[in-house]
Design a protein around this ligand. Sequence first.
Ligand SMILES: Cc1cc2nc3c(=O)[nH]c(=O)nc-3n(C[C@H](O)[C@H](O)[C@H](O)COP(=O)(O)OP(=O)(O)OC[C@H]3O[C@@H](n4cnc5c(N)ncnc54)[C@H](O)[C@@H]3O)c2cc1C
Length: 428
Amino acid sequence: MINTNIAIIGAGFAGIAAGYAAKEKNLQATIFEATDDWGGLCGNFSVDGFRFDKAVHLSFNEPELVQKLFLNRPHYAHSSESRNYADGYWVRHPVQNNLRELPVEERIRVIESFINRENIPDAGAENYWHWLTIQFGEYFAEKYPARYTRKYWGTDAENLNCNWCGGRLHQASLEEVLVGAFPDATEPDNVYYTKVMNYPITGGYKNFVAEIAVSLDIRCGYMVTAIDTAEKILIFANGESCRYEKLISTMPLPHLAKMITDDEEVLAAADQLQTTSMALISVGYKKKFDFPTNWFYVYDEDIPFARVHSPSRKSPDNAPQNCSSLQFEIYYSREFPLKFTDDELIFKTIDGMERIGVAKFSDIDILDCRHVEFANVIFYNGMEENRAIVLREVAEHGIISCGRFGEWDYLWSDQSFMSGYNSLQEVT
Ligand SMILES: Cc1cc2nc3c(=O)[nH]c(=O)nc-3n(C[C@H](O)[C@H](O)[C@H](O)COP(=O)(O)OP(=O)(O)OC[C@H]3O[C@@H](n4cnc5c(N)ncnc54)[C@H](O)[C@@H]3O)c2cc1C
């Protein structure tokens, strides 16, 4: 049996940060990771010389500690410009500020929608759909964000609350909308919530924490299958076990709940905690495309992917010389399950790729399809109450739960890192 002072479940950015904080305090900590590599959602995989992160992954580095650690690594500072594709048109992001790229009839309908919007403070919104109509009016709300919501959040906008959207979605003034609609007016400023997106020069996104990770005791291939919180023992799928003094977990709350309790109320609450999952279709091209932005959004619902990013544009180190790459993100959920086999998804993705005009089938060198079970926490109305029930139970069992799926929140990687780092304060 392994003995450790602090056991940390999961070697994503949160688990690594918890291990780093323990090391700073000279505490013995062991990180147990289910898969064969560290990095979690920020990890990557390679296919014939093409490296792919698991979805877009760029860093905005808000907290001071994250700035110090991440930006210490050689990195690119990219612009946060991006684009949207909808119904045959490419429009600079966000659509509401850049209507000039749409046909005149569409611009008029959007402006009418905006002028006729419900004029009440957004704090009064009943749900995300209501919030969208307050911001943009019904026509724009349905045509752009609500359509995208079905593709990205795997549910209808009516079913979501607004606790995640403030600050992430630009709330335009009428003047901004009008300036953006006239081609002869000055081009609007980039209003994305961050201007600079950082990315390591080599090694993919996870390289931001590589130096830290290699200094820690990380055991890969250790999937926790049972936890005896009374005896303080972890059981692993590989047959081994570990006795711990303190336990930090970054595993998804619904999985953790099942391992520690048979309380029906808690298990029912845990079952209501849902995320989107994603299919990642990763494509390497034989030639070097100059994609104009690092990522873009696709609104058409008969095209399966919601967002596309270019690993080779983020860093040429992600592709062989004179080649390039894209990764297509397709989301699904319990409510909107995936309707296609992997082969059908690949076929539909290539069809969509040709339709939006970014590349042709004959340009493709390699293709890969894989799935990520836990992507984005879905902010269903009432989600917070269920989360509170589960977190209370977890705390009663002496477990410190942190990270994106341990806090059960829409955390970026820097926030997940800080969540793991701060979790150590609760241990000591
Ligand atoms: C589509 C998408 C795009 C994103 N883009 C960005 C971006 O551009 N910028 C940004 O900053 N953030 C981005 N994020 C967010 C970022 O990925 C997360 O904040 C971060 O990766 C979460 O880290 P974590 O350690 O909390 O969780 P994870 O990365 O999920 O790590 C948890 C780890 O626990 C392991 N584990 C689970 N169960 C067990 C078990 N039973 N036993 C042992 N190990 C277990 C898992 O294998 C995993 O390695 C994005 C997320 C998604 C889904």
